[in-house]
Design a protein around this ligand. Structure first.
Ligand SMILES: [Zn+2]
Length: 714
């Protein structure tokens, strides 16, 4: 059989034995990851995504596709990767192209390729089960899902030998997982030479992607949602606009002369690699693992389905983000006040106490007596079934001395260099304090935002050659330390893939200084908008129990008992979507009545945690003019309850509405059990996958609708 016949055959057969017809979002169990290795090609396939790597004359990807839609993403051959060593770039898996056009690729063209002279050549492969990237200490009390870690799947390692024996070996690693259209990729460089080498930079992915967005002319454009590329190295700050291009980008394809864009200026080659110097110095015997990238095939352009796919990605690749403790941002740090805060939190049903900013607490202290005091408070919290923790500010502050600050442009004006003496000691101090006090929650204000330090006097980096990598890895490793100890991490940036738990979802000081009524509407808008691409537990909201950045008495919940209806509304808005808020103030309750209200909500949240932290189905965005709401669902919930919808009425008069609830992602079909608040369960017949439920919602209140399994969809 000629090589391209086999290549073609593998391309069209697809995955055998897959339970087709089952929606993987509702039931992913039928989609098992497989690596099929032949003489001419290796295929990674799980029935949802499929990648084919041609092996002759060298190993390069010839196909990447979404199995459900059949959409092919690859239109041309490229290198499989590149490494730049001591200033020279080498292709890894390099072929000289024999393609007549780059609009698409045909198997018969692959027979025309020959090997690039200075390339790393494919030498063999290995297949293994997916291994954990790092340790995760689970907090089962904060999550009701038993998510896999590591994710189940297969790892493929391709080995490459260098063009000369003065160069290190390179491996290209891939992972494909059970039950989701996701493939990962990264490189390992092993210095088995007898000299020190510098890996200046790398490209772990070089894909000529189909140019479905070809008429765009921006410097950087996100592709339409057909292939979602998520590098481990990216920054987000507290915004909804991730800054992906630090770790990946779309670039021009000079050889693609037949593209539709008239001047051939379409950005249609994907490159994954750092956007500036990222050197790694490797002594003989040392090796270097690059950051990873994950590629997810989107089988739809429907916004909810695209979002559900992203949310599944986070649950699989960063399952600690499913942990979602009720935490109290205590604005105090004196022993008696912290004790009182712990008591309040326990009474109210909270699970964590975090000594907030401006609380006076100093996580940077190295004073043994000071640490011992908080270790004792931490013990007291644990005795009461809670955890204690604290806050630190990393960005927009100065190192001591100032010469240990980042030298060069700074995202937040100034910041300590994490490759200087002070920065390294600072992170070590945080770790030591958290370890000694056995803290369980950590807030890191402004983690490393990607600044490059050009100082040549900082001992832990070599000027600007590697300060980006060194600092990013320092921040990454601090969070890996936390996730290995079960410490919950709040931080206004992404870092989810390395142990971060939460980023701001609606953190805007000006909003929390508005009159209470405004805050409520904006809060529900923020939650609604902040839960497309991430899960509810990945973002935090904010409730100013006391004044925060202005607004006076009209903006705050205190005195709590006097604003009990409003206080309760904040619980309904946030916990009703499985979202934790920063409840920031000196206390959680003031009277027995307030306590009873708070307990009611924390009890409700704990009893229904699995559904409430499930998938957010967007029903109607808040606009203050009519009802708004959402539905939380978990089709895989082992108990009967599969969904809880919240319908809010912002108007000053009661309303009666018929709400249409989509059942598609609930796993429910046919006749469904419906219970509204504390009413009786009644059976309602769904029509075309939708359930019409009539509700009456009092003025300025809400109604809950619980859905129970009638006939489960298969
Ligand atoms: Zn520096």
């Amino acid at each position: 059989m000629r090589k391209f016949d086999l290549f073609w055959a593998a391309m069209v057969v697809g995955a055998a034995g897959i339970a087709r017809g089952t929606d993987w979002i509702v039931d992913p169990s039928g989609y098992k990851a497989k690596v099929e290795a032949g003489e001419e090609a290796i295929v990674l396939d799980n029935g949802l995504i499929r990648r084919e790597i041609m092996l002759n004359p060298d190993a390069v990807t010839t196909s990447l596709k979404c199995v459900a839609t059949g959409e092919e993403y690859v239109r041309g051959i490229s290198n499989e990767a590149t490494v730049t060593i001591d200033g020279t770039e080498y292709p890894v898996g390099g072929v000289v192209n024999g393609q007549p056009v780059y609009n698409y690729i045909l198997p018969e063209w692959c027979g025309n390729f020959s090997v690039t002279s200075n390339a790393y050549r494919y030498a063999g492969f290995e297949e293994n089960a997916v291994k954990a990237r790092f340790e995760w200490k689970r907090r089962r009390e904060w999550s009701s899902r038993e998510l896999d870690w590591p994710p189940k799947g297969r790892e493929l390692t391709l080995s490459f030998v260098p063009p000369t024996n003065t160069l290190p070996k390179v491996e290209v690693h891939y992972e494909i997982y059970d039950g989701a259209p996701i493939i990962a990729k990264w490189l390992v460089v092993r210095n088995d030479t007898e000299r020190e080498i510098v890996v200046d930079t790398f490209k772990s992915e070089c894909l000529r992607l189909t140019d479905t967005h070809a008429n765009n002319d921006l410097v950087y454009v996100e592709r339409p949602n057909d292939l979602w590329v998520m590098p481990e190295l990216f920054f987000q700050e507290a915004s909804n606009k991730p800054i992906y291009n630090r770790g990946m980008r779309y670039v021009l394809d000079e050889e693609y002369k037949t593209q539709v864009e008239y001047y051939c200026k379409s950005f249609n080659r994907l490159e994954v690699g750092p956007d500036r110097a990222f050197a790694k110095y490797l002594k003989p015997g040392e090796s270097y693992e690059t950051y990873r990238v994950w590629e997810t095939a989107m089988d739809s352009t429907d916004r909810e389905r695209v979002g559900l796919t992203m949310r599944r990605f986070w649950r699989m690749m960063a399952p600690w983000t499913d942990e979602n403790p009720l935490f109290f941002h205590l604005r105090a740090s004196k022993v008696d006040l912290v004790k009182a805060g712990i008591d309040q939190a326990q009474e109210a049903g909270f699970e964590a106490v975090l000594m907030s900013f401006h609380s006076g607490f100093n996580l940077e202290s190295r004073d043994g007596e000071y640490r011992a005091k908080y270790a004792e408070l931490s013990n007291e919290a644990k005795r009461k079934g809670l955890v204690l923790g604290g806050y630190t500010l990393t960005s927009s502050r100065s190192a001591k001395p100032k010469s240990d600050n980042v030298e060069g442009e700074c995202r937040f004006g100034k910041g300590p260099c994490l490759g200087a003496e002070w920065g390294v000691e600072y992170f070590q101090t945080l770790k030591d304090f958290m370890r000694e006090a056995d803290f369980g929650i950590f807030e890191n204000d402004g983690p490393y935002p990607g600044d490059v330090c050009s100082s040549t006097n900082h001992p832990y980096h070599h000027g600007d050659a590697d300060s980006f990598r060194v600092q990013w890895e320092a921040q990454r490793d601090l969070y890996r330390f936390c996730v290995a100890r079960g410490i919950h991490v709040n931080q206004p940036d992404s870092y989810y893939l390395n142990g971060g738990n939460k980023n701001g979802m609606g953190y805007k000081e000006r909003v929390w200084s508005q009159p209470r009524d405004y805050q409520v509407l904006i809060e529900r808008q923020n939650i609604y908008d902040g839960t497309w691409a991430k899960t509810s537990s990945m973002g935090w909201m904010f409730v100013p129990l006391t004044e925060y950045h202005g607004g006076g008495k009209a903006a705050i919940v205190e005195p709590l008992a006097e604003h009990l209806d409003h206080y309760e509304q904040r619980f309904a808005d946030t916990l009703g979507a499985g979202v934790q808020a920063v409840w920031r103030g000196p206390r959680l309750y003031d009277t027995e009545e307030t306590l009873a209200m708070v307990r009611k909500w924390t009890k409700f949240y704990k009893e229904h945690r699995r559904v409430l932290t499930g998938d957010f189905i967007h029903l109607r965005r808040a606009d203050g003019r009519d009802w708004d709401g959402w539905m939380m669902t978990d089709a895989m919930n082992p108990v009967d309850e599969k969904a809880i919808a919240f319908v809010f009425n912002p108007l000053t008069t009661p309303i009666r509405r018929t709400i249409s609830l989509p059942l598609k992602y609930t796993g429910l079909a046919g006749t469904v059990g419906v219970k509204t608040d504390d009413g009786e369960t009644r059976m309602v017949e769904s029509v075309n996958g939708k359930l019409a439920v009539e509700v009456e919602v009092p003025a300025k209140k809400w109604v809950r609708i619980h859905l129970y399994g009638g006939r489960t969809q298969k």
